[in-house]
Structures are given as C-alpha cells and as structure tokens.
Ligand binder design. Structure first.
Ligand SMILES: Nc1ncnc2c1ncn2[C@@H]1O[C@H](COP(=O)(O)OP(=O)(O)OP(=O)(O)O)[C@@H](O)[C@H]1O
Length: 202
C-alpha cells in the first residue's frame, strides 16, 4: 500500500511543474494542500539563488549567490550558493506542525535536496511526516555523488512510489502520478490495486 509519491529526475526536467499540476487536480477534487516549493530566483536573467514558497504563497530565501558572511552563523555553502538555514527553517518547519490532522491532505515537499538537508530539524520533520497520515508529494534529486541519507531512506521505503521524470515522459506520466496520489489518499481510482509497489516508473 503506497502512502507517498516522490518525483526524481535531472534538474529542469519539469518535476515542480508536474507537482503543481497534480496539486491543481487534487484541490479541484476537494483535497487540501500544505507544504512548500523551491523556486529559483533570477535577476537580469541570471540565477541568483532559490526561494522557499509555501503553498499559501509565503516566500523567503533559501539561498543566494554570495559568501557565508552575508547570512550569519548558520550559513552553509552548496556550489556558489550560501544557504540561509534560519530563513528556510522559519518558513518550512511550522508547516509540519499539524501533520496528519486533516483528512485527505497532500503535503508538498519540493524539494528534499542538499540545501534543505543541512537542517537536522527538517530531516526529523520529514521523517515524522512520512509516518503521518498525510500523503507527501515530493521531489528528490537523482543519485549523484555522496548519498544523501534521508533521500536514500525515502527511496528504500515500501510505502513510497518514486517516479523517474524525463522530458520525454513528463506529459505521459501525469495521469499515473494523479492515480498514485489518489491511491495514497484512498480516493477511488477505478484501478485495481494489489501488493506493495516500490518500483521506479518511467
Ligand atoms: N510539460 C512541459 N512542457 C513544457 N515546458 C515545461 C514542461 N514542464 C516543465 N516545463 C518548463 O521547464 C522548466 C523547468 O521546469 P521545472 O521547474 O518544473 O523543473 P524541475 O525539474 O522542477 O527543475 P529543478 O530540479 O531545477 O527544480 C520550466 O521553465 C517549465 O516551465
């Protein structure tokens, strides 16, 4: 029985767009939504960092091009970006406070990547969320370089379905993702279910 759905794939293949489209369908079917997206921030056509944007539209910086000094004590670097962990935690962590209290709720976690994983509190919150009754619709990076502990845990769970997204399959796989999320929420899909599925589709 699957409880959560994650999309993986190379940067820019369309994971966030798919999550947003799936959420639109779910909301129009009466499902409530919580969680956050990560959005790139551009200035004069150049990427200068990433913002965290909650599903209700609150926004704050996750990272910016710069040096550690510009963020203060709790700053970490990923490539040329300095991660503003306090800002990330202030915006993202409160969203996890009422996990599993609503019925038929999708919790968006876009994404669980290197920047977000500097926060141990976030890691603990995601672990709790995985064991709550909310359906997580999240994104994780493709395996590359050093394994990211929590991401490996997610991939290994029997109650998680992971879809591998490519530019070629991103339109075709949409209906399958909607069906998987409905299964997590126990919304009838007209499709027979059976056994556990931890496969990587696509
Ligand atoms: N089905 C689609 N058809 C056309 N363009 C698309 C489609 N899906 C996404 N795009 C475009 O591709 C770009 C990247 O999409 P998106 O941000 O969803 O990718 P991503 O995989 O989430 O990227 P990242 O890993 O960097 O967050 C965006 O400009 C988006 O508008």
């Amino acid at each position: 029985m699957i409880k959560h759905v994650f999309l993986t794939g190379l940067p820019g293949v369309g994971k966030t767009t798919l999550v947003q489209k799936v959420c639109e369908v779910m909301v129009s079917g009466g499902v409530s939504l919580n969680g956050f997206y990560t959005e790139e921030v551009r200035e004069s056509g150049r990427r200068v960092g990433f913002d965290v944007v909650t599903v209700t539209g609150e926004r704050g910086p996750l990272s910016r091009v710069g040096n550690e000094g510009s963020v203060g004590k709790r700053a970490y670097k990923v490539s040329q970006y300095v991660v503003d962990l306090s800002s990330f935690e202030n915006l993202a962590l409160p969203l996890f406070q009422n996990m599993g209290e609503g019925s038929r709720r999708v919790f968006v976690i876009d994404e669980i990547g290197k920047m977000e994983l500097f926060s141990q509190t976030f890691i603990q919150a995601v672990r709790q969320a995985l064991d709550s009754s909310d359906c997580i619709l999240g994104t994780i990076p493709t395996p590359k370089g050093k394994p990211l502990g929590l991401v490996e845990e997610i991939r290994a769970r029997k109650d998680v379905k992971v879809f591998m997204i490519t530019k070629e399959n991103r339109d075709a796989v949409f209906d399958e993702i909607v069906t998987a999320v409905k299964e997590c929420l126990k919304i009838p899909t007209g499709k027979k279910t059976g056994g556990t599925d931890n496969g990587t589709s696509g």
